[in-house]
Design a protein around this ligand. Sequence first.
Ligand SMILES: Cc1ncc(COP(=O)(O)O)c(C=O)c1O
Length: 370
Amino acid sequence: MTLSRRDLLTASALLLAGPAATLRAAARESSGREPLVLCWNENPYGPSPAARAAVSELIPSGCRYPHDAAIAALVAAIATHEGMGAEHIITGTGSGELLRALGLLYGRDGGEIVAAVPTYTELTSYASHRGAHLKFVPLDSQMRQDLTAMRAAVSSGTRAVYLCNPNNPTGTALTAAEIRAFVAGLPAGVVTIVDEAYMDFATAPGVGSVADLVKGGQAVVVLRTFSKIHGMAGLRCGYAIASPEVIQAVDGAVMTTPNIFAVHAGRASLGDRAFLADCRRRIVGSRTRITTALSALKLRYAEPQGNFVFFDTGMPLPRFTELMRAREILVGRHFAPFDSWCRITVGTEPEVAAFLAALRAVLPAPQSSA
Ligand SMILES: Cc1ncc(COP(=O)(O)O)c(C=O)c1O
């Protein structure tokens, strides 16, 4: 059998689950059409009109570095938004860069980090390359991070606990009260890193940010991003909220500064409250549409609080992925140990309709009982 260049490109991209551009290009090449990208938890409505205007105006300034004053203005705007002083804030090239910096700071020289599995792995993967000792704790029966088991996993060598709230890939969330009690019960010297990338989509009672713990002097770092509710994933900007000491340490560990477009677009987007509210309304509405359809199809799902839904396809995930790809839809990757479960990003309303139509088409027909 000979494989064409197209076959090779498609297969290798899928196998490696490589960078977004590669996977998209492979799907486009195999069909000639743009695929529906529902695999990276992006917000398809962004960037906001104000952020777009900021980027357009700045194109001639693409030859310039972002001024310190512009970065300071972004930090000040974030500080106002979060209700704390600028000394508690640092921006990064996506919150991913800041997660890596924290993984380096707390994981180096065999530092122990406790995290759930599955969860977002940017911090733990990076920390493992820097010699960290990682302790992974399974989710509970509701696919939530199991705080009792995570507390039990904390040892005298533990430097940090990573909590992703809402959790990627399951979408389940802990309440702020649960996290507050967890932080209060940790030994002194153990920091809790709370990744709130998807918090703006949460609707469950009691689920909310714990950034105020930082102001109260607790050993907590909170991460937020412009990639999700702000719809700026491609512009790369995120921020951390922490004590001034931790902010200084992270400052020494980051690799670079956000680019000029991200700095100005982020500030503009923070002020575009109508856009942010509209994104939340649309995405939460479409999320409910997906879970309603899943219930009607008798497919199980984890309680979603982000802009994605984790559900049981009822078949091995590689088979489901292939069936959806044949319909030009890219879905989330495998997350062990959930071999038949798939993470699907909430796209635009027409994208959600297309996904649900494809889902109904690929499921086996119900068996008649006659
Ligand atoms: C839980 C979580 N945290 C952080 C990130 C990183 O976001 P960014 O680096 O784009 O800010 C992601 C990206 O998908 C995520 O899912």
